[in-house]
Design a protein around this ligand. Structure first.
Ligand code: CDP
Length: 230
């Protein structure tokens, strides 16, 4: 069975997935969902709850932390979904460089991924969803009819990340940001469970020399037969 109401966009760090996915969602009238923000929210919550982040995080402690965590979404007046951590918004906190530093370690934990998988799949019940992450086309929705793998050169990605206010440490340079995202990509690609990987049937897009509009147009040109009225 092919899932027609899910558009999966995967790719490495700072490849432009969130901007593109949000734009596609706005144009098609669907819900934009960043799964990276869910991993960031868990990381932030674990940090707030004192989980030791140097070395391997303790899985049993993480189980306890997850028991006290509820991730939910509030729909704003424009129909946009805002992620809440135990009822509170933490948009700025979860995008901080400190969270970025630890998130890949947390996202590699089997208990964290199994805690999220059902929640991520349930979001397809909302209607048309444009979900971005690392394993959407491979693990979360392997049956999605529309799959894209978006990337860009390391330098372009570092420049894009540097331009995002609040997401890099003070004094960051293109070189230091490139190093940080390369380290995260390496961990994300090499982990055992649900590594960052292009699904065989995903359309590969290198956006290094493309504008946002060009990428959005390319994606839209490949999408046909989405159920109307979402
Ligand atoms: O925005 P950026 O490209 O920096 O990354 P993100 O999408 O916010 O994802 C943050 C981190 O969450 C990634 O580096 C992965 O470690 C993890 N992640 C994952 O493991 N699986 C996903 N489906 C999405 C994110």
């Amino acid at each position: 069975m092919s899932l027609k109401n899910v558009i999966a966009i995967d790719g490495p760090a700072a490849s432009g997935k969130s901007t593109i996915a949000q734009r596609v969602a706005d144009r098609l009238g669907g819900y934009y969902i960043s799964t990276g923000n869910m991993y960031r929210a868990i990381t932030y919550f674990a940090m707030c709850n004192g989980l030791e982040m140097s070395g391997e995080p303790d899985a049993a402690r993480m189980d306890g932390i997850l028991k006290n965590l509820a991730l939910s979404y509030a729909r704003d007046c424009k129909g946009k979904l805002n992620l809440l951590i135990n009822g509170d918004s933490a948009d700025t906190e979860i995008r901080s460089p400190e969270v970025a530093k630890h998130v890949s370690k947390i996202a590699a934990m089997p208990n964290v991924r199994s805690w999220l998988i059902g929640k991520q799949r349930d979001l397809a019940l909302l209607g048309l969803v444009i979900m971005e992450g690392r394993d959407i086309g491979t693990v979360i929705f392997p049956d999605a009819k529309y799959k894209f793998f978006l990337t860009a050169s390391p330098e372009v990605r570092a420049r894009r990340r540097l331009a995002q206010a609040g997401e890099t440490p003070a004094g960051a340079t293109v070189a230091s940001v490139a190093k940080e995202i390369a380290a995260r990509d390496e961990m994300d690609s090499k982990r055992e469970i649900a590594p960052l990987k292009k699904a065989d049937d995903a359309i590969f897009i290198d956006s290094s020399r493309m504008t946002i509009d060009e990428v959005v147009e390319l994606i839209e040109s490949r999408i046909k037969g989405i159920p109307a009225g979402n």
